[in-house]
Ligand binder design. Structure first.
Ligand SMILES: Cc1cc2nc3c(=O)[nH]c(=O)nc-3n(C[C@H](O)[C@H](O)[C@H](O)COP(=O)(O)OP(=O)(O)OC[C@H]3O[C@@H](n4cnc5c(N)ncnc54)[C@H](O)[C@@H]3O)c2cc1C
Length: 387
């Protein structure tokens, strides 16, 4: 009963797709999560932005696959996950931001991503009511979009159950068992499960789970807040990113979009970063982001805010995820460290990990996949600071 082909630790943005695509490949899969149901870790904290227009090639490949999955979800599975192909728009007011975004375009175009620099008038059309003072233009990538993290995790859970995946909720992994260098399974406070394959998809807790087999997986939790308004008439297509730091000295870039149901959903990057696992909302977030939203789009001044929350980015030193096998531990795999982009990478992570585990090869090119390996030089890759 407790024997599986693969066990995934974590029913989150990465773990759920890993489990589902492993089951599609015919494996008998168990997912263990300390929470009572699927998607209750950081998955539900995400605001649902999904773009392939990154600068790091593996992230581009992962998200190209995710966008393919999100955009065809309803057709393929019959569930509506509120996919909105509204694009991403980086609205630019500083010369330095213009230069760095333009520098990224050749890499992005190499992957045939649709993205261009557009002038200030075009940005004003894309973002009605945007403050025109000093607006230089920006990038627009029409194939990116937004999708509901809650609906995606609920759908992956339902599809996984239908494929025979077992879920052990309310169970915390306390031990990963081995015989010499081979993984043999794991233990929770409730029981033991055996499997030759264990995938660490433990999100912000990936380092703790790594320590169970003596690995130091460099994932550090980093606290971020988000919020959502009441629904208003639809006026905004793209998810908008403003790269400037806030004048109050507490926020770096900030980003927001309008969901297909009309609510505005928003976040900022705290400056300096707030490391740690605190998930309590602060009284600082709303005044800071309200001022920034109103400064950028004055017509938002009467927006009714419904709720704020706080979650954790599973950060790596170079801002790039850690995916693949652990060479020294036969059967140990990592699907962690997706930073502030773990929801959008989820389906791509799941498809690549399932392919790697069942065929020995990832979905993307081997040399691109190597850049997300556990043994890479974490000092060598440039941190991608953009959301
Ligand atoms: C405010 C905010 C906004 C964001 N917006 C976006 C966005 O727009 N787009 C985007 O792509 N990303 C966004 N993110 C980031 C995204 O939420 C994360 O990158 C992503 O959810 C991480 O996925 P994960 O699967 O690694 O972790 P999780 O989804 O947290 O899953 C990990 C799971 O592992 C379980 N677990 C941990 N340890 C154990 C253990 N010992 N035993 C059993 N179970 C365990 C946890 O309970 C959890 O359910 C946002 C994050 C925040 C905080």
């Amino acid at each position: 009963m407790n024997n599986f082909d693969a066990i995934v630790i974590g029913a989150g943005s990465a773990g759920l797709p890993c489990a589902y695509y492993l089951a599609v490949e015919g494996l008998k899969v168990l997912v263990v999560d300390k929470n009572p149901s699927a998607g209750q870790g950081e998955n539900k904290a995400a605001i649902g932005g999904a773009r392939a227009t990154h600068s790091q090639p593996a992230k581009i490949r992962l998200c190209m696959e995710s966008l393919r999955v999100f955009s065809s979800w309803k057709e393929e599975h019959g569930f509506d996950v509120e996919w909105k192909k509204g694009g991403y728009c980086f609205a630019v007011y500083r010369e330095s931001d213009e230069a760095s975004l333009k520098d990224l375009l050749p890499v992005q175009r190499k992957f045939e991503l649709k993205i261009d620099w557009v002038d200030a008038d075009s940005i004003r059309e894309l973002v009605p009511g945007i403050n025109p003072d000093g607006l230089r233009g920006g990038t627009y990538s029409p194939d990116d979009g937004q999708v509901s993290p809650l609906l995606v995790s609920a759908s992956y859970h339902a599809l996984s159950l239908a494929r025979g995946v077992k879920f052990a909720f309310n169970e915390e992994v306390t031990e990963i068992t081995r015989s010499d260098s081979k993984i043999t399974g794991l233990r929770t406070q409730k029981g033991a499960y055996s499997s030759p394959v264990v995938v660490n998809a433990a999100g912000a807790r990936a380092r703790e789970v790594g320590r169970l087999t003596g690995l130091d997986v460099p994932v550090t939790p980093d606290s971020h807040e988000g919020g959502i308004s009441a629904a208003v008439e639809h006026f905004l297509g793209p998810l908008v990113v403003d790269l400037r730091p806030g004048p109050e000295g507490k926020s770096a870039n900030f980003y927001f979009g309008q969901r297909s149901e009309g609510q505005l959903i928003f976040c900022y990057t705290p400056a300096p970063a707030i490391l740690g696992t605190d998930r309590n909302s602060t009284s600082e977030f709303m005044p800071v982001i309200a001022r920034r939203l109103i400064e950028l789009i004055p017509r938002l001044r009467n927006l009714l805010i419904r709720r704020t929350w706080r979650g954790l980015y599973p950060m790596t030193p170079d801002g790039v995820p850690i995916l693949g096998r652990v060479p020294e531990q036969d059967g140990m795999f990592l699907a962690v460290g997706t930073c502030g982009q773990g929801f959008m990478m989820g389906p791509g992570v799941g498809r690549n990990m399932a392919s790697l585990i069942t065929t020995g090869k990832p979905l993307m090119e081997d040399d691109v996949f190597e850049t997300v390996g556990f043994h890479r030089d974490f000092g060598a890759t440039k941190v991608e600071a953009l959301k």
